[in-house]
Design a protein around this ligand. Structure first.
Ligand code: ATP
Ligand code: MG
Length: 576
């Protein structure tokens, strides 16, 4: 490719609307342009990188015997009604009607559609196992599209689905995916962690997320370096001994005070002048439908996983406004443990022994002060709060830490949810109809690119791994007016192409400095500069990562470059 003929609209400055590094660089380097919130157009460079990521994904999926299919992005509502998810999924689903008024949606995932196909096709255990995958657009009406390509309303997902006769079969399919995902992310040059996304204590199916640690991430991982424990914060179970905080002084009894319009801990705290840690956060929850109140220190967060473990419930949710009103006669912002009727009270252990706290009065517009657990209300104490830095790992007793991360992939043992609800059955060896057991596995293709940019950027631009950079090398003549340089650059460009290098020729009539800057910004791993030394048969080879340069004989450059590309090409590590 010749740069003079491409549209690569690089920008000199960071765009004002971008916060995270990958968003800034994707715009500045001319990879993407926004159509509207969460909708992006991919220009040439983005498409090239994404194609390379998809190619790696295809190779590794094919290697585990997965068959590539394609299903429409537009789905009839019927299949989603069969699984129950038409009702269960809320605003994240884009819904529309066709000209006849029939309901449809844009696919956000494809379990229903593949189960529909399988139901029409699979008849016998002899046809199993099956692994089907596709690389296809997904649509989610995210409440807060942000960070460029990281959280968008239309993205590209590699999704695959497995059908097996029994749990052992599903386990084998799951492990194949686990290993394929490791190879994919290794080859894309990502530094990633595989993280437990399922709560062992709650039972249920196995699930694992592939996370790229980065300050730009929206997920939190809890990790214990000593034991190797790693879990998504939403699922992490640790033991906690939070540092003590002082109680408000005094021996006064309960006192109600007005807090009109102040509902959140922050609002009440600002209003009454006491820190959030002197407040009790009261959350009305339903555990398998049963009402309870979870109580936490005002600056702590509830871990629904720990609450589920404590109550033995399989489904925990926040109570609806009407339920709260019915149970306590007040809005969610004004509830508290004093006079909470029949509700079970569960308090986080950080509240044990505390005195003179502030909490809701179970009366709209009022709170109570001088609330002392044990004196003013009786609760069962348990560890309920979300893991924090300095909590302890259950297995090793060693401290954990929290890391921010970007979720790039997710593998999940689905079980029988879709085959049972949608009536997918095959005959087993005894001629009996049984539901196959399923798995579902996703990779966010754009997230692989954004993760790689976040992890490989410096002050002058992105520095993508050679496997997924839009080009592997650029040949840059310093002075196009000099015929020796121009002709040598042309020859070199053709030679490198013949040698199999994915190479770009920067034949723009720009100053050398501009060309160097652009190449560094868009992140081409190698630059071959053809300048004055061409008179002595020499060119310069510069590596983007280290920004080191060396002279090389023009006749040797193809060999040297292919060798260096081979050396820096990320490879899959072998894993079990
Ligand atoms: P998140 O928690 O980030 O919203 P998710 O858990 O809902 O993601 P999955 O349903 O597991 O996502 O989808 C599989 C993969 O698709 C994710 O691991 C992620 O890489 C990617 N993905 C999901 N939502 C988005 C989005 N809005 N924009 C870009 N990629 C996404
Ligand atoms: Mg996920």
């Amino acid at each position: 490719m010749r740069w003079s003929q491409l549209h690569v609209p690089t920008l000199r400055d960071d765009p004002a609307e971008a916060e995270v590094v990958s968003h800034k660089l994707l715009l500045r380097a001319g990879y993407i342009r926004q159509l509207s919130a969460g909708l992006y157009c991919y220009l040439y460079l983005a498409k090239r990188s994404l194609n390379k990521i998809e190619r790696i994904i295809r190779q590794e999926m094919d290697a585990i015997g997965a068959q590539e299919i394609y299903t429409p992005e537009l789905h009839p509502a019927d299949v989603w009604k069969e699984s129950g998810r038409w009702q269960a999924i809320g605003g994240d689903m884009f819904r529309l009607k066709d000209r006849w008024g029939r309901e449809h949606c844009l696919g956000m995932t494809e379990e229903e559609v593949v189960t529909f196909i399988a139901r029409g096709e699979l008849r016998s255990y002899k046809q199993l196992p099956q692994i089907w995958y596709q690389i296809q657009a997904k649509f989610r009406d995210e409440p807060r599209p942000k960070s460029g390509l990281m959280r968008v309303r239309r993205f590209t997902m590699k999704d695959s689905y497995t059908f097996d006769m029994d749990a052992a079969g599903l386990d084998a399919a799951y492990k194949k995916h686990y290993r394929a995902y490791c190879r994919i992310f290794d080859r894309c040059g990502l530094d990633y962690l595989a993280v437990d996304a399922h709560s062992g204590a709650m039972g249920g199916s196995e699930s694992c997320e592939f996370m790229v640690p980065s300050p730009a991430g929206e997920d939190w991982i809890v990790e214990c370096p000593a034991s190797g424990y790693r879990a998504n914060l939403e699922k992490a179970v640790t033991t906690a001994k939070p540092p003590a905080v002082p109680d408000p002084a005094g021996d006064a009894g309960l006192e109600e005070f007005q807090t009109p319009g102040k509902k959140t801990i922050e609002e009440v705290s600002e209003f009454d002048g006491c820190p959030p840690s002197s407040h009790i956060k009261a959350m009305v929850m339903a555990a398998d439908g049963k009402p309870l109140m979870a109580l936490l220190r005002g600056d702590h967060q509830l871990s629904e996983t720990k609450l589920a473990v404590e109550t033995g419930a399989t489904r925990i949710r926040s109570a609806h406004a009407e339920e709260i009103d019915q149970w306590l006669g007040a809005g969610a912002g004004y509830v508290g443990p004093v006079g909470a009727g029949d509700l079970t009270l569960l308090a986080d252990s950080a509240l044990e022994g505390r005195r003179n706290l502030i909490t809701g009065a179970n009366r709209d517009g009022y709170h109570l002060r001088n609330v002392t657990p044990g004196r003013d209300f009786q609760a069962r104490f348990a560890d309920l709060r979300e893991a924090e830095d300095g909590d302890f790992d259950i297995a090793s007793g060693e401290p954990v830490r929290r890391l921010k991360a970007i979720e790039v992939g997710h593998i999940f043992k689905l079980g029988y949810k879709y085959s049972a609800s949608m009536g997918l059955k095959v005959l087993d060896e005894n001629g009996k109809g049984v539901n196959p057991i399923m798995g579902s596995y996703g990779i966010g293709v754009e997230r692989v690119l954004t993760g790689a940019i976040e992890q490989n950027a410096d002050s002058v631009g992105m520095s993508l791994p050679v496997s997924i950079a839009p080009f592997e090398a650029v040949v840059t003549p310093v002075n196009l007016k000099n015929s020796a340089q121009r002709e040598a650059a042309e020859r070199l460009y053709r030679q490198l192409e013949t040698a199999g290098v994915d190479v770009l020729l920067d034949d723009r009539a720009e100053r050398a400095g501009v060309k160097f800057k652009d190449a560094d910004l868009i992140g081409i791993p190698f630059r071959v500069t053809v300048g004055r030394k061409i008179g002595d048969g020499l060119v310069e080879l510069t590596e983007r990562r280290t920004r080191e340069s060396r002279d090389a004989a023009v006749g040797e450059i193809a060999k040297l470059l292919t060798q260096r590309i081979g050396e820096v090409m990320p490879v899959a590590e072998s894993r079990n």
